[in-house]
Design a protein around this ligand. Structure first.
Ligand SMILES: [Zn+2]
Length: 168
């Protein structure tokens, strides 16, 4: 049985469905159908501008961000940890003293809605450190279908691992 480490906390019927999609080799098609686009935010400079634009649009009163960048070390960390920790490691940390946001470089090659989701997540953390109700409300305010996008992102990460395992 596939472990589905990115999907802990989701209801068992949903996990069964995901396992079926993997077994039938349909998860890749599902993701491709739902998320066919690729964004063009490729440089750290572009990522900073993208993040800052979202911040100015939705969190006008928040302090400016010092730095935003793609971090290639973020996507291989702490695979064995629980789900929330795993995802928070994968999308990166905030460094408190300066307002810095690191985005795992795997997001360079994703659909625009996944980049938006992860940036929204990190921006919300500037205001709300915990994954609590206020945090998710802020995420939904910035991206109304945030929860669906987060689920699909987790499916994307799952599929990535399935492909990597097959290739090795
Ligand atoms: Zn988080």
């Amino acid at each position: 049985m596939t472990a589905l480490k990115y999907l802990g906390g989701y209801p068992p019927p949903l996990l069964d469905k995901v396992r079926q999609l993997i077994e039938r080799d349909e998860l890749g098609d599902y993701l491709q159908r739902r998320h066919p686009g690729r964004h063009e935010v490729q440089s750290d400079k572009a990522l900073y501008a993208y993040t800052n634009a979202l911040r100015q649009e939705h969190m006008r009163n928040s302090p400016g961000i010092d730095r935003v960048w793609y971090d290639s070390k973020l996507d291989v960390i702490q695979r064995a940890l629980g789900l929330h920790t795993a995802i928070s490691h994968i999308h990166g940390g905030r460094l408190k003293a300066r307002k810095e946001i690191r985005i795992a470089s795997l997001f360079r090659e994703t659909a625009p809605e996944f980049l938006q989701m992860i940036v929204v997540h990190e921006l919300a953390h500037l205001k709300e450190p915990e994954h609590n109700k206020a945090f998710y409300q802020l995420c939904e305010y910035m991206q109304p279908d945030y929860h669906q996008q987060e689920l699909d992102l987790r499916l994307h990460l799952t599929w990535r691992d399935v492909l990597a395992a097959r290739a090795s």
